[in-house]
Write a protein that binds this ligand. Structure first.
Ligand code: NAD
Length: 287
């Protein structure tokens, strides 16, 4: 048996097209483009690529994407001053601070200083709390992308057992809340969970957001389960390096009903939902 591949590249293009339509409607109604400001502090190689891609993707759908590149030595108070200015600027709908931040900057303080109405990453405690209380406002992008791919799989989530491996604030916890809201029975697993393979084998929907290369083996997967692999892990393969997920793809694809590849699964969905969140923030603020 071979699982159906949930093609994140193709689905993310559909989401981008949907967003482009919403941007066009917003522009005709309000006479301005939605604005997304991306802040990068320092020169982390992956972050430089991610932030450039976010700016480019925004402009491609008609969002006014602006990238602020600040030196590694920027003080926390200078970052907070920039956030204060962007929070008050009416032309700015979305603000994203790329993580990780340099060590001398308090990440929590910075994230909590973003106006929750402009918090397109959905990491602010107010947005996390709203999601938890069943009144989602701006929801983290990767979990939204996971849910869209689960929807594409066609699985009926009502009463299904969903196991989420990983309990981070940016992926594991919000994805579990979204699954719960769709009436799945949700189990959250983590590094201290007993018999992780056995638990995973009971999952109709298995979401792996761990950051451990190919942790989830084929024999951990229930036949016909939907497997969503959030992991991005760079491994050495001879003298080359390549990116793999948290799931041993070839093994799992033999057992699962549907599975996301890495790369080309959840990854492309994240940027698409950042654009979605920016238009959502703009519309919620401007009507
Ligand atoms: P994190 O390090 O914040 O959290 C990892 C979680 O995994 C923790 O809750 C921990 O308890 C759990 N864990 C660690 N080892 C485990 C083990 N052996 N067994 C079971 N659970 C274990 O990571 P994160 O930010 O949630 O990211 C997870 C992965 O997803 C990373 O590979 C990251 O690069 C990737 N990621 C991808 C995207 C995307 O757009 N595709 C977005 C965010 C994160």
């Amino acid at each position: 048996m071979s699982a159906r591949v949930l093609d994140g590249k193709a689905v993310s293009q559909t989401v981008r097209n949907e967003v482009k339509g919403e941007v066009d409607r917003f522009v005709s109604k309000h006479g301005r483009r939605p604005g997304l400001e991306v802040i990068l502090v320092g020169e982390n190689a992956a972050s430089v690529i991610y932030t450039r891609n976010k700016e480019k993707a925004a402009n491609e759908v008609g969002i006014r994407g602006v990238l602020h590149t600040l030196p590694e030595t920027t003080s926390e108070s200078d970052v907070l001053a920039l956030l204060d200015r962007l929070n008050q600027d009416d032309a700015v709908d979305g603000i994203l601070v790329q993580l990780p931040l340099p060590k001398h900057i308090n990440e929590a303080r910075v994230l909590e200083s973003i106006n929750p109405k402009k918090d397109v990453d959905g990491f602010h405690a107010i947005n996390a709390g709203l999601l938890l209380s069943g009144r989602p406002n701006l929801v983290p992008c990767t979990p939204l992308g996971c849910m869209r791919l689960i929807q594409e799989s066609g699985v009926d989530l009502t009463g299904a057992h969903a196991v989420v491996v990983g309990r981070s604030n940016i992926v594991g916890k919000p994805v579990a809340q979204l699954l719960l809201a769709k009436h799945a029975t949700v189990t959250m697993a983590h590094s201290k969970t007993r018999d992780l393979p056995g638990l995973c084998r009971s999952a109709d929907v298995l979401v792996a957001a761990v950051g451990r290369a190919e942790l989830v083996r084929g024999e951990w997967v229930k036949p016909f389960a939907v497997v969503i692999d959030v992991g991005i892990n760079r491994i050495q393969d001879g003298d080359k390096s390549r990116v793999v997920g948290d799931v041993a793809y070839a093994e799992a694809a033999e057992v699962a009903g549907a599975i996301t590849p890495v790369p080309g699964g959840v990854g492309p969905m994240t940027i698409a939902y950042l654009l979605h969140n920016t238009v959502r923030a703009a519309t919620l603020r401007s009507g």
